[in-house]
Every structure is written in structure tokens, then in C-alpha cells.
Design a protein. Structure first.
Length: 123
């Protein structure tokens, strides 16, 4: 058992790199998930891939936010860029909020906590 669970850092790094490379180069991806047991608890195994790569990850949730977190492929920063602002406009986020985010001098945040602090301080 120790052979299976010890020293996985290199494997986990490579796993994250496969997902990043696949997402950066893919014209399309498919996604599927299924229930799984992990460490004695119910979990979800998600597959992301196409004809060129396959990535699998097991998490405790099947939520939309969890899936979006998987697509971040280990990146922790949050960025308000033109693509994000366009997405907000396309999905009818309130105009004043978009203008406030677009006009703010700081548009990159190290992690979720920094992003949430920014939103709280900007309100």
C-alpha cells in the first residue's frame, strides 16, 4: 500500500501539467463524471479530455463551482481580463458592477481569499 500512496508529488505535478497542456491546445474537450469512493467516502471522479489527452480527478463534489475549479488546473490566481468582462456582459451582469471591475486599478489576485477581500472592500 505504501508504494501506491507515498511519493506522489511528481505524479500529481505531471497530472496537472497534462490537464494544462490539454486545455491550452484542445479545439474541443469532453467531460464526464461518475460517483466514486475515495478514502472511505462518497466522491466524484471527473474525466476531461479529447482524442489527444485524458485527465481524471477525484473530488468530493459534483457542483458547477467544483467543475470550474478543476478547469483551473491548479492555478490559484483570479484575473479580471477582457475575456472575463465580455463574459459578464454576455451573461447580463449589472452594468455598474462591470464598470467598477473594469475601471479598478487592481485586476489580478493571488487566490480566492484575495479576490473575496477585494470584492468585500469594493462593495
Amino acid at each position: 500500500m505504501r508504494l501506491l500512496i507515498e511519493g506522489q508529488d511528481d505524479f500529481l505535478t505531471e497530472n496537472r501539467q497534462v490537464l494544462r497542456a490539454g486545455l491550452e491546445t484542445a479545439d474541443w474537450i469532453t467531460v464526464d463524471d461518475t460517483g466514486a469512493r475515495h478514502r472511505g467516502a462518497n466522491a466524484v471522479c471527473t474525466q476531461i479530455g479529447n482524442d489527444s489527452f485524458a485527465w481524471f480527478g477525484t473530488t468530493g463534489s459534483k457542483s458547477r463551482l467544483n467543475f470550474l475549479e478543476l478547469l483551473r488546473a491548479g492555478f490559484t490566481d483570479y484575473v479580471v481580463n477582457d475575456a472575463a468582462l465580455d463574459y459578464m456582459r454576455e451573461h447580463a451582469l449589472a452594468g455598474p458592477i462591470i464598470r467598477q471591475l473594469a475601471g479598478h486599478e487592481r485586476r489580478q489576485f493571488a487566490d480566492y481569499a484575495a479576490w473575496r477581500r477585494h470584492l468585500s472592500n469594493s462593495a
